[in-house]
Design a protein around this ligand. Structure first.
Ligand code: FCB
Length: 446
């Protein structure tokens, strides 16, 4: 039975995001977000689900903080909805929207739970989308203005912030794959949005630090292990290009002021709309690195792909969660070690978890042994990275409770707390009890 243990003061937490849990989509002066618009458009979300009510967290936040306390969480990662603060994306400020987050922060602190907010987890004000969204350079300025306001108003109580959640996802899935809002499929526009998001990250970091209230800034990057399909030179080079494109596209500019060399035949910054001075602006100089990691990808060289020269290879008979993602615990270790080695910044695992087919049994309990096993094996790999010297400061499980899983609506349950949507009743799953014990003992045996 392996014993897994963590250093004292390791931050155990859970993560959520505003649109996925809050509901109250048009209450107290909140503006429309691109996810409101998208989910209200027929055919965009599985089963026509929307985040209009979600987990009703906007009204039940006290009950939910009590649940976090019961689980023994040391910290809570949540996101702030930009259109609650600035309904049209820019001043004037909506007082009631800000009050909600201010009260949430107070409630967390009163329960000894460290707030770890994300400024942007995808719910852009629709009014800014109407002006081009992330394809419009002005959005970067608007984001910096919003970031400065939040740091100014909550910075007396919140010291550590996450700027973006998964910039790769909201640009590439929104503007290239078209499965997130605004639902556009345009490769060259998509590349330009990635550059504008990088500008926004750099501008926001400066605007937040200008308040003199910030102690730590980072971004939660979507990362994955990339492994070559064979040991051939071509496959290995292809896997490396995908690692750089998926994992480093927003980190390398922030830390080193350049785009990673990911493209076959080189990367020409002119393709992204880079203007003079931009590569200084993008340098956010992050204090820590957030890693969201769930799975891995196996990559083969593909000359048909003119950009990255790579394709995903489907792994037969692999263990998968209900979402279809392969369960591959070593990936979290391998990615942490690479990022630690190359960037030497403290690391937080800002998301990790899995969806399974959870049901409430006759006794009213939810037994999810597969999720317990998933967590045991992944967290053991985080501990392994810590033992090997990586400075990993915390682990945030995705998610505190079942919620609106974007294009898949309520069909995917990622929580360690079950949500019965018709009644909004919360039931701590077996994995939630396991997590509470793990936090209490700062480790586990399995
Ligand atoms: C991540 C997102 C998060 C959640 C999980 C399952 O990509 O950041 O909101 O949807 O996936």
């Amino acid at each position: 039975m392996p014993i897994v243990s963590f250093p004292p003061n390791f931050l155990w937490g859970c993560a959520t995001a505003s649109y996925q849990i809050e509901g109250a989509w048009d209450e107290d002066g909140k503006g429309e977000s691109i996810w409101d618009r998208f989910s209200h458009t027929e055919g965009k979300i599985l089963n026509g689900d929307t985040g209009d009510v979600a987990c009703d967290h906007y009204h039940r936040y006290k009950e939910d903080v009590a649940l976090m306390k019961e689980l023994g969480l040391k910290s809570y990662r949540f996101s702030i909805s930009w259109p609650r603060i600035f309904p049209t994306g820019k001043p004037p400020l909506n007082r009631k929207g800000l009050d909600f987050y201010s009260k949430l922060v107070d409630e967390l602190l009163a329960n000894d739970i460290l707030p770890f907010p994300t400024l942007y987890h995808w719910d852009l004000p629709q009014a800014l989308q109407d002006q081009g969204g992330w394809a419009n350079r002005d959005t970067a300025q608007r984001f910096a203005e919003y970031a400065n306001t939040i740091a100014e108003r909550l910075g007396d109580r919140v010291k550590r912030w996450i700027i973006f959640n998964e910039p790769w996802v909201f640009t590439i899935l929104g503007y290239l794959a078209g499965i997130h809002p605004p639902g556009i499929r345009d490769a060259s526009m998509a590349l330009r949005t990635t550059h504008i998001a990088n500008l926004a990250q750099g501008l926001a970091a400066r605007a937040m630090r200008a308040t003199n209230k910030v102690e730590g800034l980072g971004t939660a990057f979507s990362m994955s292990g990339f492994y070559p399909a064979s040991q051939s030179e071509e496959d290995r080079a292809a896997a490396e290009r995908r690692f750089r494109f998926n994992n480093l596209w927003f980190l390398e500019p922030a830390q080193n002021g350049r785009y990673p060399d990911a493209y076959l035949g080189g990367t020409d910054p002119a393709r992204f709309g880079v203007q003079p001075g931009d590569m200084e602006t993008v340098q956010a100089g992050l204090d820590f690195i957030g890693i969201n990691l769930y799975s891995r990808s196996v990559i083969a060289y593909d000359p048909q792909d003119a950009n990255l020269g790579a394709r995903d290879v489907h792994v037969e008979d692999a263990e998968r969660c209900k979402f279809g993602w392969e369960v591959y615990p070593e990936a979290i270790h391998d990615v942490i070690m690479r990022i630690w080695h190359d960037y030497r910044r403290p690391i937080y695992i800002t998301e990790n978890g899995a969806s399974y087919e959870d049901v409430v049994d006759k006794q009213g309990q939810v037994n999810d042994p597969q999720r317990v096993s998933f967590l045991q094996r992944y967290i053991a790999q985080v501990a392994r990275a810590v033992e090997e010297g990586a400075d990993v400061r915390g682990y945030y499980l995705w998610s505190l409770m079942d919620n609106f899983e974007w294009g898949f609506g309520y069909s995917q349950r990622f929580g360690i707390v079950y949500v019965d949507y018709p009644t909004q009743r919360r039931i701590i799953k077996q994995s939630g009890h396991w997590y509470r014990n793990t936090i209490a003992k700062n480790g586990y045996q399995y």
